[in-house]
Design a protein around this ligand. Structure first.
Ligand code: BJ8
Length: 425
């Protein structure tokens, strides 16, 4: 991908040396973690291609779209409604937040005890290595956790086009009213940016595109309920990660093709791991590309991940948006209904999340739950303690992991995960 795209990266202002080094690490990591797996579905070849061109052809597509007058909007959170962005013929992309980059430089702007995800966003910006942020016409920051909320104040000085969306912290009537007002304000901002008025037809079309993508992801999740399971947790995670970058209609078709293949495999009783493999439900913070450390440890420790209770997983895609409304107001209300159900740990109290973990544990026939929190992530770390207690009270084996993006704790994590897998096996 390198030579072919250098001019484009230069045009975006990337630091070519740093960016090349990043791509090398990414390529090696992908080979070691993904291509080393056995018995992968053939359809994953599409994802391999997307990953090999994630900073190349996909960026070219975005630049071509921009040249044709369309807008690109970058986001860090699943509370940003893609339906509204699609309704304005714009494209929503997830921004790079899954790896450490120029950490020393980042710590000149953020406290050391900031979670890796936020530091990563800053690192990619400061190190000039994320083509998505450079290609974005608007970057939506959301007031979710304190770390993100405060860091956007600083991000505004580093990058233009930052738009801050307020997010409620309670599932109350007032909370809902706040989210409603914010979604209408966002719609107006997107209309202004794209110079398009969003009418009911446009909004419905946007909802349908996003619903279809989520339906394909639901289909994939559902196939993971089988034993033996026909796809690894690593591959399923990759599909969930790529949904934030790829063109949605093409992505939906590709996921449906993978599901067709998995249905055949499941019908024949074929699995990627033997039937007796301990099944893990992973729960907690989102995992952005290329944060594959913990899933890789789990699946090389003799277990298989059958579901992710995460924003890069089921929490992010669980519900569809009702597209039956005939007016913009009705459709906006449906969007609000859908997003207000997202049970992120920033909400207090947040009992639905525990219910969903238990539901998923049963539905995916899991043998244990691994709760994953990023170091310094107050919402998920704090919630992990009552979650663990509640799960153990139901006799659900639970392992609480706190980690970051570095590889320093690899050995220690491996030991803990292997002991847990042995216990539940
Ligand atoms: S809806 S989970 S995507 S906010 S890991 S930055 S919470 S300190 S990412 Fe999230 Fe939206 Fe919620 Fe989902 Fe803060 Fe924690 Fe860091 Fe986090």
């Amino acid at each position: 991908m390198k030579g072919q795209h250098e001019k484009m990266w230069q045009g975006l202002g990337l630091d070519l040396g740093a960016h090349d080094a990043l791509l090398e690490v990414l390529k090696k990591g992908y080979q070691d973690v993904y291509l080393a797996q056995k018995n992968r579905p053939e359809g994953m070849g599409y994802l391999d291609f997307v990953m090999s061109e994630v900073h190349g052809l996909r960026i070219k597509e975005l630049i071509d779209e921009k040249a044709a007058g369309r807008k690109v909007i970058g986001s860090f959170c699943v509370f940003v409604p893609e339906e509204i962005v699609r309704a304005a013929d714009a494209t929503l992309v997830g921004l790079c937040t899954g790896a450490d980059f120029v950490t020393e430089e980042v710590e000149r702007f953020l406290p050391r005890n900031t979670c890796s995800l936020i530091k990563s966003a800053f690192g990619f910006k400061l190190g000039k290595a994320c083509p998505y942020i450079e290609a974005s016409d608007m970057i939506v920051g959301e007031n979710t956790c304190d770390g993100k909320k405060k860091s956007y104040e600083t991000l505004k000085d580093l990058v233009s086009g930052v738009y801050v969306m307020d997010i409620p912290q309670m599932k109350s009537q007032e909370g809902r009213a706040l989210l409603k007002a914010e979604y209408f304000r966002f719609k107006e901002a997107v209309e202004k940016l794209a110079d398009i008025t969003i009418d009911a037809d446009r909004l419905r079309k946007g909802i349908e595109i996003v619903n279809n993508k989520r339906k394909a992801l639901h289909r994939l999740s559902s196939l993971r309920k089988a034993n033996p399971v026909s796809v690894s947790g690593l591959d399923a995670l990759l599909v969930n990660q790529v949904q934030f970058y790829d063109e949605p209609v093409r992505f939906t078709d590709s996921v449906n093709k993978i599901c067709d293949e998995l249905e055949v495999r499941t019908g024949k009783g074929e699995g990627v791991f033997p039937e007796s493999t301990p099944r893990i439900l992973l729960s907690g913070c989102p995992m952005a590309v290329p944060n594959w450390k913990l899933p890789w440890i789990i699946e090389t420790a003799g277990a298989v991940i059958v579901g992710e209770e995460s924003c890069v997983g089921e929490r992010g895609v669980r519900n569809l948006t009702d597209s039956s409304g005939s007016t913009v107001d009705e459709l906006m209300e449906a969007i609000l209904d859908r997003y207000f159900k997202v049970d992120c740990a920033i909400f207090t109290p947040n009992p639905e999340r525990l219910d969903h973990i238990v539901e998923m544990y049963d539905a995916y026939q899991a043998d244990g739950v691994i709760h994953y929190s990023l170091q310094f992530c107050q919402p998920y770390l704090t919630e992990s303690i009552p979650v663990e207690k509640a799960l153990e009270a139901r006799d659900i084996p639970t392992l609480r992991i706190e980690t970051d993006y570095s590889l320093e704790d690899l050995g220690q994590l491996k030991t803990r995960v292997e002991a847990f897998v042995e216990l539940i096996g």
